[in-house]
Design a protein around this ligand. Structure first.
Ligand SMILES: [Fe+2]
Length: 336
């Protein structure tokens, strides 16, 4: 992956130089869409199929989110990127609030759920990831589980594993708590998790493996990490529990994309994004066991058996814009 990344850095630097000389169109043809992506899952095949179906080539560069935003900012009008793609609404919103994205035509998001689209069409969700409660079925009866808030109950003392506060998935979940309960109410919830001696871990897979091994009984992770582990080992002893089903619904985050503010060809950028949400939707979400944003596409077979669930209808932009408050809150709560 590192080699590939270096290759595209080289490619884009080369293109940048050629572009300054006015040669880039001769090199790549007019119909090439260029993507900066913080999402690393299964893009190559989807982009190759898009190119086959439309005749428009896709050139892409992987990177860290902060790195790619800084790069877009530094490149300004000379950027080659037409599309910024990443995981987590908070990362999309940071790009939007830095004026790195431009509004899309409403036709691009036609038929997609309103709550997964930026209110001014600066970005759109292309896949859904559910951050929910995970448990060991031998040590927890699902009737004992209910909500994220209930994990503050003393019955969970010493039994919980959760993700670190530096992680954007955690930040977005806590931001949704701030939206629903206000800052002080959310502080009570997160402080309650801390009071239960929750073990804080650096990745979601480790949380699931620790539950499987008996180190914790309950955790919170994105659903697709469990799907991956089950793909390798169908007997993996962890089950998902859809949180907050009697209330607002389970927290849903997205991976998504927007058209860069200085895109050379915004219409081509929109065409790729529209394709990923429609003809290419199945391919885009299935490889990583995510849920489609397009309601006409069924969930992948690997997770279809987990059944239907109620989703928190909060607009992703609303929790995404509370990211800084969520970070401050976790610090105040002593949640590492
Ligand atoms: Fe992830």
């Amino acid at each position: 992956m590192k080699q590939k990344s270096t290759f595209f850095v080289t490619l884009l630097v080369l293109l940048l130089v050629l572009s300054a000389c006015g040669v880039v169109d001769a090199l790549s043809g007019d119909a090439a869409v260029r993507v900066y992506s913080g999402r690393h899952y299964d893009l190559e095949e989807a982009f190759a199929n898009y190119a086959d179906e439309t005749g428009n080539d896709v050139e892409f560069l992987f990177g860290g989110d902060a790195e790619l935003r800084e790069r877009l900012d530094a490149e300004g009008e000379s950027t080659l990127a037409d599309v910024f793609m990443t995981v987590d609404a908070a990362n999309l919103e940071l790009a939007a609030s830095d004026s790195l994205l431009q509004p899309m035509d409403a036709a691009v998001v036609d038929g997609l759920p309103d709550n997964l689209v930026h209110p001014e069409l600066l970005w759109v969700g292309l896949s859904k990831r559910v951050r929910t409660i995970m448990y060991h079925p031998d040590r927890v009866d699902p009737s004992e589980l209910s909500t994220y808030e209930d994990l503050t109950d003393p019955k969970w003392q010493g039994r919980l594993c959760m993700r670190n506060s530096n992680n954007v998935y955690t930040q977005s979940l806590v931001a949704s708590l701030i939206y629903h309960h206000g800052y002080d109410g959310a502080l009570d919830v997160v402080s309650g998790w801390v009071a239960n001696d929750t073990e804080i871990m650096s990745n979601d897979v480790l949380i699931l493996q620790t539950i499987a091994a008996g180190g914790c009984d309950v955790g919170i992770t994105n659903h697709y990490y469990l799907a991956r582990l089950l793909e390798d080992d169908p007997e993996f002893p962890v089950l998902p529990f859809w949180a907050n089903q009697d209330g607002r619904g389970v927290h849903v985050n997205i991976s998504g994309a927007g058209v860069t503010a200085n895109a050379d060809d915004p219409e081509l950028a929109e065409d790729l994004i529209r394709w990923l949400a429609t003809e290419g939707q199945e391919e885009f979400v299935y490889g990583n066991h995510e849920y489609p944003v397009n309601p006409s596409v069924p969930p992948p077979p690997s997770i279809a058996g987990w059944g239907d669930f109620k989703e928190d209808p909060l607009n992703a932009q609303q929790f995404a814009s509370l990211n800084a408050e969520a970070i401050r809150l976790m610090s105040e709560a002593g949640y590492d």
